[in-house]
Design a protein around this ligand. Structure first.
Ligand code: 5RP
Length: 229
């Protein structure tokens, strides 16, 4: 699939997802290029239909975009729950487990997902895989002592690389680093998650397990909705 075709499918699912937003909702807004289309479509609905919604974002990037479109944004700590979070994903397996964090926002994304009653992922069809792992698994680590965490991951055979931003190390909104693990395939995501999350210095892992309720997949025949749980 070329980039133009992929962007078309991303826009398609973004526009489809906002149909699930109802007046009065508190909506979690994910991060990434697919979510960008969704936030554009949501802004359009807010302006045209005068929807009274509140957005809770998962990155400063999304906050900027949403506010520029006139969407009211609140901090997660200002609301007691979120009705629905709409986010992208990097890979989704047959059993609806996911890798997220390609856009570097995995920590806030997971916290927002945790506070949400319903979780929806929007992806183009290239993100649907049988088994997770071809996409490098992002792991957010605190900068202090992170070279030791990196060395540990090398020792485990996880083929780590530092996420970079030009010549500098990539910094998340939380001012942490990201280490990407080039695993090829992940046979037991839950076991891997347990191993990684218990390394001191690891803040969060880009494995989103048993979290998503609905997935909207952009295909050449239109959006396909799959119900996961
Ligand atoms: C950001 C994410 C994104 O949702 C994921 O990387 C998908 O991004 P895109 O829609 O640009 O392909 O997890 O941290």
């Amino acid at each position: 699939m070329d980039q133009t075709e992929q962007n078309k499918l991303k826009a398609l699912v973004g526009q489809e997802a906002v149909k699930y937003v109802q007046d009065g909702m508190i909506v979690g807004l994910g991060t990434g290029s697919t979510v960008r289309y969704m936030v554009d479509a949501l802004g359009k609905r807010v302006n045209e239909e005068h929807l009274n919604i509140v957005g809770v974002t998962t990155s400063t990037r999304t906050t900027k975009q949403a506010e520029s479109l006139g969407i009211t944004i609140k901090d997660l700590d200002e609301v007691d729950h979120i009705d629905l979070v709409i986010d992208g994903a990097d890979e989704i397996s047959d059993d609806f487990q996911g890798i997220k964090g390609g856009g570097g926002a995995l920590l806030w994304e997971k916290i927002v997902a945790d506070a949400s009653d319903k979780c929806m992922w929007i992806v183009d069809q290239s993100k649907m895989v049988h088994q997770l792992g071809a996409f490098p698994l992002p792991v957010e680590v605190i900068p202090f002592g992170s070279s030791h965490v990196f060395a540990k991951m090398e020792k485990f055979g996880f083929k780590p690389s530092w996420r970079m931003d030009g010549d500098e190390q990539y910094l998340t909104d939380q001012k942490n680093y990201i280490i990407d693990l080039h695993l090829g395939q992940i046979n037991d995501p839950a076991k891997l998650y347990e191993k990684l999350i218990h390394i001191v210095g690891v803040v969060e892992v880009g494995l989103f397990l048993n979290r998503v309720n609905d997935v909207i997949i952009g295909t050449n025949n239109g959006p396909v909705v799959k119900h996961a749980r």
